[in-house]
Every structure is written in structure tokens, then in C-alpha cells.
Design a protein around this ligand. Structure first.
Ligand code: ADP
Ligand code: DP6
Ligand code: CO
Length: 328
């Protein structure tokens, strides 16, 4: 069978997904809104092959085994049943993003896999179907099917939970200046972290209600190019998500002292008139929602605070791309 290759970019949520109403189908408790990024992405090639006796999965040239490999096989089983085929597959993936560091590698990974595996299986899926398929691999991947600003409508079941594009071509000045505090894999993965918090934090439901109440205001801020309102809501939502972790039982925390130093720097910069807001996912790395015209000043302040810190300026990126063959 023909090999297909797909490229999907990561996305960072401005309103976050942090908990599942249904674990197996990955139906979230909140509607989330994200920005797809140009800088961080995954390339994945899939080929179904009747001669293979099991799926062969590699990530960055290394065989992927254990829990990570099983997630891929379960995902491929889903694709095989949709396409009514039984052949095992060879999957070769390359992350142009640190893996499992809170920089959304699972989002680009499962969006790329959805694209490459469905095409290689002979399926011609719509973007909605691709988003639903990617969602079952990793929730945040549902949003990486599209470029720009994207909303994952939580829905109530497999049919109704998928992403839609809000603005695919972003023609105004917004960037995520990413401060790489630690690019090594986290100890508690997103899946385990959100499950534990949902089960034990007394503030969890409050966070869900607050997040869902912000869906329309966030849509409006994006439509109006209202940078200030967008930034304020995104920072508050991120901090509230992390507060549910520190109030879980037992508590845990993805943020480090260095993360807090950057969050506080953003607040100081705002007092001097430079508009910067922080958002953090399941990891210590901080993304500064900022304008390209302020990059130099922000970088200068950051280097003073943390000499030699690595930063990556990420701007709005494109949606899923699928091509025939084994390279893109
Ligand atoms: P992140 O913040 O990077 O999204 P997660 O905890 O959500 O972290 O997901 C990390 C997991 O996603 C990895 O442990 C692995 O199982 C999976 N993953 C990441 N990249 C790939 C890839 N290219 N191919 C297959 N699985 C991947
Ligand atoms: C904090 O999509 O990685 O980045 O669905 O269990 O694979 P699984 O989790 P994942 O969770 C992402 C959590 C987040 C917020 C977000 O991206 O919305
Ligand atoms: Co993830």
C-alpha cells in the first residue's frame, strides 16, 4: 500500500483543556481555544504493509515501545477498523519540538498521525473527521488540524466533539515568545495530571465553569483583534489551571521557580507599558503572548533575568498538510 506523510504543527491553548468527561473517547470538560504555531511541528510517515506481523513505530529514529507505542497501536486499530483493513503499519515520526516537555508534542504528533494513517489506509476524511480521529489520540491534537486560532467544541460524544477554525490566516501582530526552561520529559504526563486533578481538587468544577464562561468572550477578543483582553483572559485561565494542580491531593506542580520568575517579569513589563501575558501548559516552559514590535525589549529583559536562556519566537502557523510518499 502507498505511504503517506503528514506535517502538523503544535498549538498552545489560550483557554485550556484540562480534564475529560469521557476518558476513552476523550470528550473534554471544557471548550478550548488555541493558536497553532509555526515553529514547533511533527512529520510522520505511515505505510500499511501486509508482510508485517506487528506495527513498527519509531520516534526520532528510536523504536517507540511501552505505553507510548501502545497508544499508537490503539490509534492504528481505530484507523484499520474505519478502513476495514487488517495490515500492520510502519510509522516513522520526527518531532521538531521537544517531546513531552509541555510544548504540545502530543498535539502535533496525533494530528500528523491522523493525517498520514488515514490517507495510507485509503480513507478520505473531511477535516471534521480528521479532528475527531486526532482527538481520540490526544485531545489537544483535535485543534492542530487547523492553522491560526482554533476552537475545540467540547460536545457530548464522539460525533459532536471536534475543532473548528476561528481565523486560519492571522493577519495581526500576535506571537508566542517561548521561554524554554526545561526541554526534558515531564514526570507526570498531561493525561495522568489532568485525571488526578479532576478527581481530587476541590476547585476543579470552578475552573471548568470559569473556562466555559470565557468561550464567547475569547471568540470576541480574537474577532476584534483585542490583544489586551485576549492576553488577560489567557493568563488568568492558565494560572487557574495550574492552581487546580497545586490544590489536588496529593498536590503537584508543573511550574518551577524559573517559570514564576518569567510570569513575574511579564507583570513588570506590563507596568512599563510593554504588553506581555504568560501562558503555561503541562510543563515549566512559559509562552509569552506578545507583539513582534516588543520582541527585542522582552528578550533584553529576559537575558538580564536569566543569562543564556533559550527562547523561540513562534508566530501563527498552518494546519495539517498531507502528501503522498515518504517525505514532505
Ligand atoms: P506534551 O506536553 O509534549 O504534549 P504529553 O504528556 O501530552 O506532553 O504527551 C507526550 C506523549 O505524547 C509522549 O510520551 C508520547 O506518548 C506521545 N508523543 C509525542 N510525540 C510523539 C510522536 N511524534 N509520535 C508518537 N507519540 C508521540
Ligand atoms: C495543558 O491533549 O496532551 O496542554 O488528551 O490526555 O493526550 P491527552 O492530553 P493533552 O492535554 C493538553 C493539556 C494542556 C492544555 C491544552 O492543550 O488545552
Ligand atoms: Co500533550
Amino acid at each position: 500500500m502507498q505511504a503517506y506523510t503528514a506535517r502538523a504543527h503544535t498549538n498552545i491553548a489560550l483557554l485550556k483543556y484540562w480534564g475529560k468527561a469521557n476518558q476513552t473517547e476523550i470528550i473534554p470538560t471544557t471548550t478550548s481555544i488555541s493558536l497553532t504555531l509555526d515553529e514547533f511541528y511533527t512529520d510522520t510517515t505511515v505505510q500499511f504493509d501486509e508482510t508485517l506481523t506487528e506495527d513498527q513505530v519509531s520516534l526520532n529514529g528510536q523504536a517507540l515501545t511501552g505505553n507510548s507505542g501502545e497508544k499508537i497501536t490503539r490509534f492504528l486499530d481505530d484507523v484499520r477498523s474505519m478502513a476495514n483493513i487488517s495490515a500492520k503499519a510502519s510509522v516513522k515520526s520526527t518531532n521538531h519540538v521537544p517531546t513531552a516537555a509541555g510544548l504540545a508534542s502530543s498535539a502535533s504528533a496525533f494530528a500528523a498521525l491522523a493525517g498520514a494513517a488515514s490517507s495510507a489506509a485509503g480513507l478520505e476524511l473531511s477535516k471534521t473527521e480528521l479532528s475527531r480521529l486526532a482527538r481520540r489520540g490526544s485531545g489537544s491534537a483535535s485543534r492542530s488540524i487547523y492553522g491560526g486560532f482554533v476552537e475545540w467544541m467540547r460536545g457530548v460524544d464522539d460525533q459532536t466533539s471536534f475543532a473548528i477554525p476561528l481565523t486560519e490566516q492571522v493577519d495581526w501582530d500576535i506571537q508566542l515568545l517561548t521561554v524554554v526552561i526545561n526541554d526534558q520529559p515531564k514526570k507526570i504526563d498531561s493525561r495522568g495530571g489532568m485525571q488526578h486533578t479532576m478527581a481530587t481538587s476541590p476547585f476543579y468544577q470552578e475552573w471548568v465553569d470559569n473556562t466555559n464562561a470565557l468561550t464567547v468572550p475569547m471568540e470576541n477578543a480574537i474577532a476584534a483583534h483585542d490583544f489586551t483582553t485576549l492576553g488577560q483572559m489567557a493568563e488568568a485561565n492558565a494560572l487557574q489551571m495550574h492552581a487546580t494542580n497545586t490544590t489536588a491531593c496529593p498536590p503537584f506542580n508543573y511550574l518551577t521557580d524559573a517559570s514564576w520568575d518569567v510570569i513575574q517579569l511579564a507583570a513588570q513589563l506590563r507596568q512599563t507599558g510593554i504588553e506581555v501575558y504568560a501562558t503555561m501548559d503541562a510543563g515549566p516552559n512559559v509562552k509569552l503572548i506578545s507583539k513582534s514590535t516588543d520582541t527585542d525589549q522582552i528578550q533584553a529583559q529576559l537575558q538580564q533575568l536569566m543569562p543564556n536562556i533559550t527562547t523561540v519566537v513562534a508566530t501563527p502557523g498552518p494546519g495539517l498538510k498531507i502528501v503522498k510518499g515518504d517525505s514532505i
